[in-house]
Design a protein around this ligand. Sequence first.
Ligand SMILES: [Zn+2]
Ligand SMILES: [Zn+2]
Length: 203
Amino acid sequence: MMSEPPFVSGFMPEGGDYNPEEVVVLLFEEYEAIKLSDYTHLTQLEASKKLGVSRPTFTRIYDSARKKIALAFVENKRIVIQGGEVEFEENWYRCGNCGSVFKQNKKSGKKLKCPVCDSEEVTLLQHDREVRSGGPGFEPGFGRQRRRGRGPQGFCICPKCDYKIAHEPGVPCNSLLCPHCDIRMIKEDSEHYQTILKKRKIN
Ligand SMILES: [Zn+2]
Ligand SMILES: [Zn+2]
């Protein structure tokens, strides 16, 4: 069981040549294994309990995660984080049209739509197994922050209601959830936000 999905859908090599088609797919549970062990510093036993798997299974997941990350680092490959067997404590979705990530109760009875752009092209994150080679998450330079001339830090903004708060260095905007919309916030001066403004439904 994971409390929430990672804040980004992947990582891209910077500065070197790489083939955008060649990706290393890191499963959600592999990401979580690295996070619990090497970031949160839990023992493997504690981490296995958190993830809800046996200790040997945890070790296998963790080893696989490290090998994949090493491969990506050494061979200049993109990492895409998706799929796997995990469950999240709540239902998280990603919009295939504008790239927004939001949580929503499955039992609301309403047809599932992106709250930002109204697209029905939304997938439950843990079922999101398809590797996308294009699309919002992976355009070169996507999400890169352009700081010049925008004040020192800028703002994190909700892609739907434009609620914004000052960006704090070291705290990724998409680790914050809009308190009104349950949508992950994004950096106001990012290309992703510009993309969303073009795709957003007009109220
Ligand atoms: Zn959308
Ligand atoms: Zn909002």
